[in-house]
Design a protein around this ligand. Structure first.
Ligand code: EPZ
Length: 426
């Protein structure tokens, strides 16, 4: 298995290009199932999760071709003219929970879908009950048997009002996609407003869907008989953007991020302003540097968009580990998303977890150590910590990083970081 070795203590200086958003690309790929025509997606990141989704779609009968355009993201062409299977098998779904996003499109287009239940996850139980309840509201018969969600709508789906009791990104995406082919009007109330949902809705509109309220928590969809193909450019990855902002601030460096937008990380920018980090817009992205020398502890609470994203919670904790003073970090989205805490503690961080909150008391320095990652964002928080720590940090289970960060070592090394991948290291 690959490992990543970092010799920390070098301030990052330079330019980092940001790729297309993984969490926008995955639902957009699933949206390819809604039309028999060709969907072209541009700015697709080159990541393990994208390959997993492509493999899943291929086994449903989708014709897929990928053109590598180095430096400006890949172009993915999908054509679901003939859907040959409506079953998403356990072997593929267990690799990536986002596979459940084929449920709504398959059911809406074919009147049948059998999708494996994703099972547990390192960051919490992550049920899919809201997806299932929503599809039932649209008139589907859904049963859970033998570990599968078995959904049928032989006469097609019918528009309905669906009020989500809690905000769910995936359930909003699944039901939004399903509603585009349902008969009549669907109203999604308390819908998630993440930029990835806006991106999906924008693409669906360009495929011929009728959607009002894009960017708000009330989406009104009027179903169409059929959707057409289109070409769509995926938005920049705001979590990759936020991660490199934190890496630059943590190392007291100065970095320019290109191919991204400051408005996508507004909550992070506001938080970091209080911590003494200046993030300013540039013509093609943003620039990060500390305002003075020191970093101040600030309190953070994760919330659905436009609040502080849970996907940046582990990275901001690594940043706060060497701030002056204390920082209270509260996780409200997932029940078990502090798995990085024991690893950061092994590197010398002073962190105490009390329920959903972690109290981080800043220390003068972190020390390199061998560490183990449990999920994507936890792994990258260890990279941020390793870049600041004195001595050597070796990160195991790098496959987590490959799911969501494209050419991570290359991008950081170009800014002076002493980082390398040890292939097949024991
Ligand atoms: C998406 O996951 C992202 N994944 C996650 O990113 C992200 O952390 C999460 O949204 C929150 O922003 C993708 O976009 C592919 P949710 P999703 O449904 O859709 C509960 C990363 O690192 N819930 O918004 O699965 C759930 O348990 C990943 O890139 C139910 O109770 O998240 C959680 O507590 C990790 N029932 C909360 O809602 C349901 O049916 C929010 O989950 C669905 C969700």
């Amino acid at each position: 298995m690959d490992k990543i070795c970092i010799k920390g203590g070098v301030p990052l200086e330079g330019i980092i290009p940001i790729g297309g958003a993984k969490n926008a690309a995955l639902p957009l790929m699933a949206a390819g199932l809604l039309t028999p025509e060709r969907l072209i997606l541009e700015n697709v990141p080159d990541l393990a999760d994208i390959t997993t989704m492509a493999n899943l779609l291929a086994q449903h009968g989708v014709a897929i071709s990928l053109e590598t355009v180095r430096g400006s993201g890949n172009m993915l062409k999908l054509c679901a003219a003939h859907i040959t299977s409506t079953t998403a098998p356990y072997d593929l779904v267990r690799k990536m929970r986002a596979s459940v996003l084929v449920l709504g499109p398959l059911l809406a287009r074919c009147g049948r879908a059998r999708v494996s239940l994703p099972g547990g996850c390192a960051i919490g139980p992550r049920p899919v009950d809201l997806h299932v309840k929503g599809l039932r509201r649209l008139g589907a018969e859904v049963e859970l048997r033998q570990g599968y969600i078995d959904a049928r709508a032989p006469k097609g789906l019918k528009g309905a009002e669906i009020a989500f009791p809690t905000v769910s990104v995936g359930a909003t995406e699944n039901l939004l996609m399903a509603a585009t082919l349902a008969e009549g009007e669907t109203l999604l109330i308390n819908a998630a407003r993440e930029p990835e949902i806006t991106d999906l809705a924008t693409c669906l509109v360009s495929m011929g869907a009728r959607i009002d309220g894009i960017g708000t928590d009330r989406l009104r969809i009027v179903g169409a008989g059929q959707l057409s193909g289109t070409s769509h450019m995926i938005i920049p990855d705001r979590i990759e953007t936020g991660t490199y902002i934190m890496a630059a601030a943590a190392t007291d460096g100065e970095v320019r991020l290109t191919g991204t937008r400051i408005d996508l990380v507004a909550a992070l920018v506001r938080t970091l302003e209080g911590a003494g980090v200046e993030v300013s817009a540039t013509a093609d992205g943003l620039r990060v540097r500390r305002r003075g020398g020191s970093l101040e502890g600030v309190d953070i609470m994760t919330e659905p968009y436009p609040g502080f994203p849970t996907d940046l919670q582990a990275q901001v904790m690594a940043l706060m580990a060497t701030a002056t003073g204390a920082s209270m970090i509260t996780e409200t989205i997932f029940e078990n998303r502090f798995m990085h805490v024991p690893e950061l503690t092994r590197m010398g961080a002073n962190i105490n977890v009390h329920g959903a909150s972690a109290l981080v008391r800043g220390v003068r320095a972190l020390m390199g150590a061998p560490v183990m990652a449990t999920d994507l964002r936890a792994s990258v928080s260890l990279v941020v910590a390793g870049l600041v720590a004195s001595g050597e940090t070796v990160i195991n289970r790098v496959y987590h990083l490959d799911r969501g960060y494209e050419r991570l070592e290359e991008k950081l090394a170009a800014c002076g970081a002493r980082i390398e991948r040890m292939r097949n290291a024991r």
